[in-house]
Write a new protein. Structure first.
Length: 231
């Protein structure tokens, strides 16, 4: 069985070595980079299954590295930061980040989150769900991994797409927030409902004509969400 490939980009050399040792001990194939430009070079050449990316780096910060990665790949990204500001988290998810870990952190939790992200990426098989959901100008082609809105292609990250499919499979029924959290992120994220809220916000910005007044992705305050495609 092939080992999952993880790329770690961080200018803190001490932390970089610690992360490399922890990941290798957990049986990952690891490559490290100490700057944004070096990380992008390794990204192109190494083609990792997951990227761990620090926010605060000189020359090219994590936001710019993330933006450039997203131009060519939907690889899962975990952002590392010393900040706990909510706006930073919102910004991270708006860049297509899949998870966000604040320093200092425990290696056990860190490895669990990496495992959960890789498991979701490996276990999601569109071949098992050859459905097309459509209505109100929106078309979700699960097998083709495509979303069309008013005849225009909508670009979604893997996590955004999985969330949209999970909502579509609810056939307009209310899905509790905690249930969506478990389906998309896994049991390791129990109680972290902000993940769902941020991704719902991202989806609305991409599939709603007016995200402030949604007609497709509706909220039942304090309970959950439903995707309504029927007129």
């Amino acid at each position: 069985m092939n080992r999952s490939k993880v790329l770690v980009i961080d200018d803190d050399l001490s932390l970089l070595r610690l992360l490399q040792r922890a990941l290798e001990k957990a049986d990952y194939d690891v490559v490290v980079a100490s700057s944004g430009p070096e990380g992008l070079k390794e990204m192109y050449e190494y083609k990792p299954d997951l990227v761990v990316l620090d926010v605060m780096m000189p020359v090219m910060d994590g936001w710019e590295v993330c933006r450039r990665i997203r131009e060519l790949s939907n690889v899962p990204i975990i952002m590392l930061t010393a900040k706990s500001d909510e706006q930073d988290k919102v910004r991270g998810f708006s860049f297509g980040v899949d998870d966000y870990v604040t320093k200092p952190f425990g290696f056990a939790e860190f490895l669990a989150r990496i495992g959960a992200l890789l498991h979701r990426a490996d276990s999601y098989s569109p071949i098992k769900k050859p459905h097309i959901y459509s209505g109100k100008g929106l078309m979700i082609d699960v097998a083709g991994h495509r979303v069309i809105l008013n005849k225009n292609r909508v670009e979604l990250t893997p996590t955004e797409f999985r969330l949209l499919v999970a909502l579509a499979e609810g056939h307009g029924h209310l899905i509790p927030t905690e249930r969506l959290l478990q389906i998309i992120w896994g049991s390791e994220y129990a109680g972290e409902t902000e993940h769902v809220k941020r991704y719902v916000w991202r989806l609305r910005s991409k599939i709603e004509n007016d995200p402030q007044n949604p007609e497709l992705l509706l909220t039942e305050r304090g309970i959950g969400y439903r995707l309504v495609l029927e007129e």
